[in-house]
Design a binder for this molecule. Structure first.
Ligand code: F6R
Length: 626
């Protein structure tokens, strides 16, 4: 949610590093973008200050920004900051785009997060004679820093430090001034990483703009600041000015992971990567014969998990659907009650957490504001925290006591696909490990489960190799007259119905709802007519006869049935309007297979409707504001 990039170092790199970094971060927000270039005295001068800062902003994406910058602009600078925005305060517009500059031009900054007390600060600034040109909380912060700087007659770094002590909310900021050689950055609740390259420092909301230049990264912690001086000296400090020794981590991320690799979109690439990403999640954890599954990251917390009276799983969006799938799996094998909550509800509902309860957070990005805050609250109440996280080294990965990385690789497409199947695979492993240790899985069942686990990547590959039917069905339902879809399933597949509906909504803007199949009689069946496509997951294992009856009920009311069926199911082929076959599997693992045709169908419908699948309107990949 908003991406920020900065560069300090060699003049030849500055603007290009920031523009290409913004392109890599566009998945975080893409309604406007901007860049501020600082020129040194001598190169360009400012009567008032010495350095000159030129600011270019545009509504739209980074391409629109780049095209709007005149060719006459000097494309060399040793200090540049940039931003790609996901609007919170104020509609997308050039005026509301970052970087924002303070009224007297002493401060230029980019910001990711929300300044919650911006109204209070703004009122005070207006009393002091400040005027504002945007509707953003960020311009308030720029002016607040300037005001504190002028009022306290202190240095630039202290002014930022003091000003931040007045701020309530979340921020990752990069601040520059025409009066200083320094670039200052700070963070609270929003992520910020500093890449240490040979020719300079690349600062960004995540590692993706950095790895092209260096794998050495310093992750700033909450309430920390960093200052880069003379293009080479980096100092880290707390907001109270105590100095901190920087810890450089080596990130394991390749450039090819963050590029499209010949696919039309990141989403299609990521859907197609699932054979490999699920394999990556299982690899090294799936042991031979009766050996326990190897999951080093959870050994420490295993006693708490096995003793837990209750497990809470908290997450948002697609990760919340994975949580529902995980609940079914853990309850089935471990026989421990699991409560699934939206993180945004959990954090404000005064949950009953008892000693010994375990709270599991599921998150792709590891930065989702609500999930992080909910976990922090659970920690304060004494719960043991467990994470199922994709992004290594992310805030939530560092917050939890133990966890499992899903190893799905970088997910750039805003709609989550491979991260979801990674989460479900990780939850299956967790449920199996718990069930076995608790004595609920006998040797035969354990060997069967392991063999099923081993066969998952092959079955996924088979689904991905036969997508013509899915494409043909999507083609039929691209027509504008189909503006509502229903997704139905039962048991283990029900979370997949919800996830299928979410995928269609977010990338094609078609309204879709997921329901437990039997529930439709309690209301939604009123919607059924010949223009209502109903997608039913009707696989052989688990409530098959019941769901066939549900399909008959819909057909009797002229509904259109698209059924996800088990390979070789001849009965449903006679009843359904269309069917998509998936390989036979136990009910426990079916969610992993049933979800893939639904991802593809949403993808094809969205593409045929000319929607931007990688950057759907109004969305952002990493939701770092609540
Ligand atoms: C939907 C989607 C979102 C995320 C949600 C949580 O396709 O991607 O619903 O699942 O914003 O994000 P993470 O998993 O990063 O916490």
């Amino acid at each position: 949610m908003c991406g920020i990039v900065g560069y300090v170092g060699s003049k030849t790199y500055g603007p290009d590093v920031v523009i290409s970094g913004l392109r890599r971060l566009e998945y975080r927000g893409y309604d406007s973008a901007g860049i501020a270039i600082r020129y040194n005295p001598g190169e360009r001068s400012d009567e008032m200050y010495g350095h000159i800062i030129e600011n270019w902003r545009e509504q739209g994406g980074v391409d629109e920004l780049y095209d709007s910058i005149p060719e006459s602009v000097i494309w060399e600078s040793d200090c540049v900051i940039g931003h790609t925005r996901w609007a919170t305060h104020g509609a997308p517009s050039r005026r509301n785009a970052h970087p924002h500059t303070s009224m007297n031009r002493a401060i230029t900054l980019v910001h990711n997060g929300i300044i919650e007390n911006y109204e209070t600060l703004k009122t005070k600034l207006i009393q002091e004679g400040y005027e504002f040109e945007s509707q953003t909380d960020t311009e308030v912060l720029a002016n607040w820093i300037e005001y504190i700087w002028e009022k306290s007659a202190t240095d630039f770094v202290s002014a930022v430090r003091f000003a931040l002590q007045d701020v309530v909310g979340a921020y990752a900021i990069l601040v520059i001034s025409p009066k200083s050689d320094q670039l200052i950055m700070a963070k609270k609740s929003s992520p910020l990483a500093i890449g240490v390259a040979e020719h300079g420092f690349i600062i960004a909301s995540d590692a993706t703009p950095i790895v092209e230049y260096t794998k050495d990264i310093i992750y700033l912690e909450d309430d920390q600041m960093a200052v880069i001086e003379n293009n080479i000296d980096l100092r880290l400090m707390n907001l109270d000015a105590t100095e901190i020794d920087p810890v450089i981590e080596r990130v394991d991320l390749d450039l090819e992971q963050i590029e499209k690799g010949g696919f039309d979109s990141f989403m299609l690439k990521e859907i197609n990567e699932q054979t490999e990403t699920i394999q990556n999640c299982i690899r090294g954890r799936l042991t031979d014969d009766l050996e326990p599954l190897m999951m080093g990251g959870i050994d420490g917390i295993m006693p708490q998990l096995l003793r837990a009276n209750k497990i809470f799983i908290i997450a948002c969006g697609t990760s919340w659907h994975a949580a529902l799938a995980g609940k079914n799996m853990i309850e089935k094998l471990a026989r421990i009650p699991v409560e699934v909550d939206y993180a945004s509800e959990f954090r404000y509902k005064d949950p009953i957490i008892r000693p010994g309860d375990v709270v599991i957070g599921i998150t792709q990005s590891g930065e989702t504001a609500d999930t992080k805050a909910a976990l922090e609250m659970a920690k304060e109440r004494g719960a043991s925290l467990f994470g199922i996280v994709n992004v290594v080294g992310s805030s939530i990965a560092r917050l939890v006591d133990a966890g499992i990385y899903t190893h799905s690789g970088v997910e750039v497409g805003v709609a989550s696909t491979k991260a979801f199947t990674g989460q479900v695979a990780a939850l299956a492993l967790l449920a199996m490990r718990m069930g076995r240790q608790l004595g609920n899985i006998n040797d035969d069942s354990y060997l069967r489960l392991k063999s099923a686990l081993r066969s998952i990547p092959k079955k996924v590959a088979k689904i991905l190799a036969n997508t013509d039917d899915i494409l043909a069905i999507a083609d039929e339902y691209t027509d504008e007259k189909y503006h509502d879809f229903l997704y139905l399933a039962r048991g283990f597949n029900f979370p997949i119905a919800l996830e299928g509906a979410l995928k269609l909504k977010e990338i094609s803007y078609i309204h879709a709802e997921g329901y437990p199949a039997a529930e439709i009689k309690h209301g939604p069946i009123a919607l059924i007519d010949h223009e209502m496509p109903v997608i039913v997951i009707a696989t052989k294992k688990g409530h098959y006869e019941k769901i066939v009856s549900n399909i008959h009920e819909i057909k009797s009311r002229n509904g259109k049935i698209i059924a996800i069926v088990t390979e070789g199911d001849e009965t449903l082929k006679k009843i359904a309007d269309h069917w998509i076959e998936i390989p036979e599997s136990s009910e426990f693992f079916t969610p992993l297979f049933a979800t893939i045709p639904l991802q593809l169908m949403s993808y094809y419908i969205a593409v045929m409707r000319n929607c931007n699948v990688d950057q759907p309107r109004n969305l952002a990949k990493s939701v770092t504001v609540e």
